[in-house]
Design a protein around this ligand. Structure first.
Ligand code: FAD
Length: 476
């Protein structure tokens, strides 16, 4: 009988074990995607997610047509749709690649149970390099600190990637599919996605091309370049990985092969890149073992932390109107492009949780809604990291100074000028803290504080003292 291949965050032909191994059986294949925002505990997609998913599905459906197959789309509870499609097609097997968050795992288990042993259910590892239960500390527990996790997993090479299937055998008939346009995933009014297509082209093909360009032009200096808050110094693979358009195994081995071939790539560069990929795995490791990562403090001492609730400050942060140029540049990049550079994510995260003393969960939710790469494991884990409550977190008392961070990483203010154009004519020296500039400097640059650009919402050194005394209450 046919095999239903249920695709989720793995919208690719290359190195897709569920699809490749189903194809190898030479049996008819029914590729299926279910948009499930209804099952218990499953998190609804954010706005930026939907934009990406729409385009990604369009491209993936075209790739499947290219190998003689057809994608079936369904929306609603996965349990209902998957079991129904299995029945309707007379499938005798269901293949899929594993997911790691508790709600998705529960859905997958429930489906296997509902199919009741009559249908063979096969799960594969595709989207992270190391299954969480296979990486254990010496005492058999899970890792809570990154460095020993890296030391453990870097002792062996991940498996080789699998080639994309050349063709998929058709079933007698494909099930009826929804029309993607009817899902209304794209924003209508207002359409905030105008800036997205300057930076992004979802889909497997672009992911591979972009990574090749990265290897040719940027890998050599990645260990230094990655700290510059621009959008063209890093791989920009995060949304492609988020939706599974490219496999981490492919990235790992391509980077290795590339650096073996081109002897000019410093060991430091390649190691830094591989370690970043493993950070992603580490976040999944944490999520698997601590399922409430999105909602509960990993370090429960933070349960009584006196977070402030200020709608006004939260809105200023979301809109990029805090009066701190590097923070505002980051928040506006996020809104316009659906993405933000890692260094700036840390700066804005520290600003929200420490300078504004607003709960990391508010930041996490905003990122989830606005990032094209908003990831169930990395977003939650990294927010807890910056907010101080995470495993292996940045200690709460280490508070980024948004001015010195800006001077250090965006020395000439190029990044600020790109996203905060009202400060475009400020001299390099004063662009990081315009309120400290003299009246004549501001006037010459056409800046009127409080009118063309906001005054700072807090004074950083007062805010720092406030944060440290709040921390005194929980540090124990
Ligand atoms: P590169 O520097 O080219 O890195 C290559 C790949 O390594 C990335 O694509 C990513 O998959 C992985 N990676 C790099 N850094 C990290 C990291 N710190 N944690 C996990 N994986 C990493 N990343 C997400 O993919 N989704 C998120 O929702 C997300 N939320 C974040 C929230 C905060 C507050 C912070 C501080 C970081 C967050 N990150 C998140 C991590 C990181 O900022 C992005 O992965 C990175 O900026 C993506 O750009 P890139 O692909 O060009 O990265």
């Amino acid at each position: 009988g046919p095999i239903v291949v249920w695709l989720r965050d793995d919208l690719r032909l290359d190195d897709n074990p569920a699809l490749a191994l189903a194809a190898e059986t030479k049996r008819p294949i029914v590729p299926l995607v279910v948009l499930d925002e209804e099952s218990d505990g499953v998190r609804a997609l954010g706005g930026a997610h939907k934009w990406w998913l729409h385009h990604s599905l369009e491209r993936f459906a075209a790739s499947l047509r290219g190998i003689g197959s057809q994608l079936t789309l369904r929306r609603g509870k996965a349990l209902d749709h998957v079991t129904q499609i299995v029945e309707e097609t007379g499938a005798t097997a269901l293949f899929f690649n594993r997911r790691y968050d508790p709600a998705s795992r529960a859905v997958d288990d429930a489906i296997e149970e509902a199919l009741g042993g009559d249908v063979v259910v096969e799960r594969f590892t595709a989207n992270i390099l190391h299954d969480p239960e296979n990486v254990q500390t010496k005492t058999g527990g899970y890792y809570k600190v990154y460095t020993p996790f890296w030391k453990n997993v870097s002792q062996s090479e991940p498996r080789d990637p699998m080639d994309p299937p050349k063709g998929l055998k058709q079933p007698d008939g494909f099930p009826k599919s929804d029309d993607l346009a009817d899902w209304n995933l794209l924003p209508s009014k207002p359409d905030w996605s105008g800036g997205f297509s300057d930076l992004w082209e979802p889909g497997e093909k672009t992911a591979h091309e972009r990574f090749e360009t990265f290897c040719d032009d940027l890998l050599e200096d990645y260990h230094n370049g990655r700290e510059r808050p621009r959008d063209d110094a890093t791989t920009r693979m995060s949304p492609h990985l988020r939706w599974g358009e490219i496999s981490p195994y492919r990235l790992w081995h391509s980077a290795r092969t590339y650096s073996n071939r081109r002897k000019t790539i410093p060991e430091e560069a390649i190691k830094t890149f591989l370690q970043e990929l493993v950070w992603r795995d580490f976040n999944y490791h944490l999520l698997f073992h601590f399922g409430a990562l999105a909602t509960d403090n990993f370090n429960d001492r933070f349960d009584t932390f006196p977070w402030r609730s200020s709608k006004q400050d939260l809105t200023a942060w979301q809109k990029g109107l805090t009066g701190y140029p590097i923070v505002d540049a980051g928040m506006r990049q996020l809104w316009q492009k659906g993405w933000m550079h890692n260094r700036v994510r840390m700066i804005v995260g520290s600003f929200l949780t420490k300078d504004l003393l607003i709960d990391w969960r508010d930041g996490e939710r905003w990122f989830w809604d606005t990032l094209v790469d908003g990831d169930i494991a990395s977003n939650t884990s990294q927010w807890q990291w910056i907010g101080g409550s995470g495993a292996d977190a940045q200690p709460f008392f280490r508070i980024f100074n948004p001015i010195t961070q800006s001077e250090r990483f965006d020395k000439k203010g190029a990044y600020i000028r790109q996203f905060v154009p009202e400060l475009r004519d400020m001299p390099d020296k004063h662009i990081h803290a315009p309120w400290k500039a003299g009246r004549d400097v501001l006037e010459k640059a056409g800046v009127k504080l409080g009118e063309t650009y906001p005054e700072p919402v807090v004074d950083h050194s007062d805010a720092r003292d406030r944060a440290l005394s709040a921390y005194d209450e929980v540090k124990g």
